[in-house]
Design a protein around this ligand. Structure first.
Ligand SMILES: CC1=C(CCC(=O)O)c2cc3nc(cc4[nH]c(cc5[nH]c(cc1n2)c(C)c5CCC(=O)O)c(CCC(=O)O)c4C)C(CCC(=O)O)=C3C
Ligand SMILES: [Fe+2]
Length: 378
């Protein structure tokens, strides 16, 4: 006699996730109603010296979309696809969701998880690159959450997967999406440009992004490496010789502070002046079409292109792409195998630079205040 859900000859696939008993999707968060916009923005910018005019302008971006950021719904959709992919692999481990700046707040998520019996968590952050904003700040969120819970007498261990900008699930999915967007543009090579775009950060943040042994600018270099590799693949697949550029969007901060440039809008002007007629705009810096994408690119940059008479083809973000979702599950399994001290193959493309799953001391530092961070050796 066998129980209905026993699969003959196989062990419980959930063991593949040992020692973890939950997976956490950790994200930025966003408002979902007009009255949530200003409290959200105050939370995001607390103590960061963002000028009031910038806050008011960003509030307008959100209000332009009814005060609802798309990011939470995109994370709900991602969670659904992750659940399906885990199920397909026979993994029943609970999947949790927590945000930095809006409900469900990560501290509340972890408190509830602990009540439900969870003790050891593996985290996937909705951000692929190395920098303070895209890596360490999430590690600080985890430290703050675990610290708060420790004061309540609740003990949890939390790890995370490596920065996945060059995990094939992310990088190959981006390559395919850019290839499909560029296919069928009948113009001569010199009239088409692949423009890769990411979130600008202060130059000082980029200068210090990396492992902290003098090897800075990792944020920018990762984007440059991926842009070059994607372009080479697109050209090989489509038998073209397209050129590429890396540009930035969503600058905030005071004008006196240098941030990574060029801005996407300035760059579109420049390309138009050089005779480019069509731009394939690939937001490789983002994992979903959240506010920076739907406002800064699909609204603002689209207006710039329209004014110039420049054709703009916006590449989708990886979102819930099956190859991306499957890659995230692979990353979680990789992290679990490393936690068990097993030898694992850690696929990378492009390059062979595997970011450590445990960040090195001092990498991507917080330049304003030293704060504890989890998932690192410092
Ligand atoms: C590198 C990076 C990512 C990518 C990594 C990741 O995905 O995490 C990212 C993502 C996001 N940034 C977002 C929103 C905002 N970022 C701001 C401000 C800032 N971002 C910065 C960097 C990044 N940000 C920086 C250096 C600042 C300056 C202040 C500070 O040092 O913190 C501000 C304040 C107002 C403004 O100045 O724009 C807002 C509202 C949303 C949510 C969108 C939605 O609601 O759909 C998402 C996903
Ligand atoms: Fe941001």
């Amino acid at each position: 006699m066998s129980t209905p859900d026993a699969t003959p000859g196989s062990t419980d696939a959930t063991d593949e996730l040992a020692p973890y008993d939950a997976i956490l999707l950790l994200s930025f968060g966003g408002p979902e109603a007009p009255e949530e916009v200003m409290p959200f923005l105050r939370r995001v910018t607390a103590g960061r010296g963002i000028p009031d005019e910038r806050l008011e302008a960003v509030a307008e971006h959100y209000l332009h979309f009814g005060g609802r950021s798309p990011i939470n719904d995109q994370n709900r959709a991602l969670l659904k696809e992750l659940r399906t992919e885990l199920g397909r692999r026979g993994i029943a481990t609970p999947l949790l969701w927590g945000n930095r700046n809006s409900e469900p707040f990560v501290t509340d998520t972890l408190r509830q998880a602990h009540e439900d019996g969870v003790r050891r968590v593996v985290t996937v952050v909705t951000s692929a690159y190395s920098s303070y904003s895209s890596c360490r700040q999430y590690r600080e969120d985890l430290a703050a959450a675990v610290g708060t819970l420790a004061e309540e007498g609740v003990a949890l261990a939390v790890d995370k997967v490596r920065p996945y900008w060059n995990h094939p699930g992310f990088s190959r999915a981006n390559t395919r999406l850019v290839t499909e967007a560029a296919r069928g543009l009948g113009l001569p090579d010199e009239q088409v440009r692949l423009v890769f775009v990411t979130h600008s950060v202060p130059e000082a943040m980029d200068d210090t992004s990396g492992p902290g042994d003098g090897e800075g600018n990792l944020y920018r270099r990762q984007h440059l490496d991926l842009s070059a590799a994607v372009t080479a693949e697109v050209n090989a697949t489509l038998s073209r010789s397209l050129e590429w550029d890396l540009v930035y969007c969503s600058r905030s901060g005071p004008p006196s502070q240098p941030w990574l440039e060029p801005d996407v809008n300035d760059h579109l002007e420049r390309l138009h002046g050089e005779g480019v007629r069509a731009v394939v705009l690939a937001p490789i810096g983002f994992v979903s079409d959240h506010m920076e994408v739907v406002f800064d690119l699909d609204t603002e940059a689209a207006e710039t292109a329209e004014r110039l008479g420049l054709r703009l083809v916006r590449v989708p973000t990886v979102g819930t792409d099956a190859e991306f979702v499957s890659g995230l599950v692979d990353l979680v399994l990789e992290r679990a195998a490393l936690a068990r001290d097993e030898a694992v193959v850690q696929p990378t493309w492009p390059g062979s630079d595997t970011r450590p799953v445990v960040c090195r001391p001092g990498c991507c530092p917080n330049l304003r205040v030293a704060k504890p961070a989890l998932c690192g050796s410092d």
